[in-house]
Ligand binder design. Sequence first.
Ligand code: NDP
Ligand code: 8X3
Length: 255
Amino acid sequence: MNKIALITGATSGIGRATAEKLAGNGFDLIITGRRPERLEALAGSLGEQGTKIAPLCFDIRRPEEVKQAVASLEGNWRNIDVLVNNAGLAVGISPVQDGLIEDWERMIDTNLKGLLYITRAVAPLMTARRTGHIVNIASIAGKEVYPGGNVYCATKHAVDALSKAMRTDLLAHNIRVTNIAPGMVETEFSVVRYKGDAEAAANVYKGLTPLSGEDIADAILFAVTRPPHVCLNDMVIMPTAQANSRDVKREAEKG
Ligand code: NDP
Ligand code: 8X3
């Protein structure tokens, strides 16, 4: 029987690449996000390739929606082997003294509270079976801070802490927890952070080769296909052109 992975935020970027990668490696998938047309399109294309897919459309910031979505899973779909806690975002890049409270709330509600809501719904299904693997997508922003990163960095530091805390709490239940901390990955992330300003978003990656969603999906696949006695606790994955949050090597534009 195929393993089942639930991936949050599968409508774009790292989550979508992970869905494609795991589907190509024999997983059945529960894919989630707020954009139903994208979920249906992904379910259609992966379904055509023979993957069993259950799309669940909900806003991860709403605890009742999260609870109901997981409760709606029937039969074998409840036997979730892998939970990829990926849904998340940065909004704004203002210094703390100028920050918008609504941006802070979106980040805290999505990256921290949303991750907790879905984990609270799925972890008991894993502990009941004494097997499971939770992969938390944190960030280099969960290891370091940078100008204007303030609340986003705080949410990702919290994810980093929760990965350690979950590993401790779930130890007795045979559940693995892997924390993944990427540097720059070119996805819709910067378009969301800059509130639709495509030029500002493109400038983030100017003059360097960033990671792709597929690079992170490769690491996730590696982590979740280790033998049962092996847990990759923490993976920091950077573009070669990025040493840390602040040191980035950019090539001058030609011509
Ligand atoms: P994208 O913007 O491309 O994807 C974000 C995903 O999160 C989308 O599928 C989106 O789905 C989902 N999402 C956002 N808000 C909600 C919500 N309220 N409810 C449900 N789903 C939601 O960005 P990335 O792929 O880059 O980001 C994925 C994760 O990786 C995030 O946690 C991010 O912080 C982290 N990360 C990203 C890095 C980067 O440089 N890109 C580096 C390090 C970490 P929808 O809009 O359909 O709801
Ligand atoms: C996304 C990477 O450096 O913009 O988590 O915080 S960064």
